[in-house]
Design a protein around this ligand. Structure first.
Ligand code: PRP
Ligand code: MN
Ligand code: MG
Length: 180
């Protein structure tokens, strides 16, 4: 599996350091707001686990599974809710945790939905941002790294379901997806 990676972009240590930095900012901004931290499954699971451990205030966690990519390498524009939240977002301060913002379609839909459900505020924390690819104008509040327009996998990010369990973010060798 590691052999399929052309180059490591962000090591486990790089990610740890950025999670600490963002966690401190989130703590300062959201202290006493009892935020509801929402993990966007499945890609955000690893980052969620790391970032919440850096948030030093009372918060609750919930999970939502939305999917726009299916097995293709580009988002389809159609965002399906596969698993909805367990709790109400009404009057709650929300922090959405994502692994990557690419076209912005997933988060645009999600933010719209949460506002429609009368969330008090909605903030976005993403490990990776790929602004070059943006189709919808989604602006994250907390960003780990701006990534170049390469096919990245690992630390939650998949290619046809694989590589999520890599502890780092790396660029997939083109021959891996060209042969498919
Ligand atoms: C990926 C990624 C983001 C979204 C970003 O999720 O984890 O959630 O796409 O793309 P966008 O900005 O173009 O919408 P995916 O739909 O592949 O589901 P997954 O998290 O289960 O892999
Ligand atoms: Mn995702
Ligand atoms: Mg995916």
């Amino acid at each position: 599996m590691n052999n399929d990676i052309k180059e490591i972009l962000y090591s486990k240590e790089d990610i740890q350091a950025v999670a600490q930095k963002l966690g401190a900012q989130i703590t300062a901004d959201m202290k006493d707001k009892n935020p509801l931290v929402i993990c966007v499954l499945k890609g955000a699971i690893l980052f969620m686990a790391d970032i919440v451990r850096e948030i030093d205030t009372y918060c609750e966690l919930d999970f939502m599974d939305v999917s726009s990519y299916g097995d293709a390498t580009e988002s389809s524009g159609e965002v399906k809710i596969i698993k909805d939240l367990d709790v109400s977002v009404k009057d709650r301060h929300i922090l959405i945790v994502e692994d990557i913002i690419d076209t912005g379609r997933t988060l645009e839909r999600l933010v719209e939905l949460l506002k429609h459900r009368n969330a008090a505020s909605v903030k976005i924390c993403t490990l990776l941002d790929k602004p070059e690819r943006r189709v919808k104008s989604v602006v994250p509040d907390y960003v780990g790294f701006e990534v170049p327009n390469e096919f990245v996998v690992g630390y939650g990010l998949d290619y046809i379901g694989h590589y999520r369990n890599l502890p780092y973010v790396g660029i997939l060798k083109p021959e891996v997806y060209e042969n498919n």
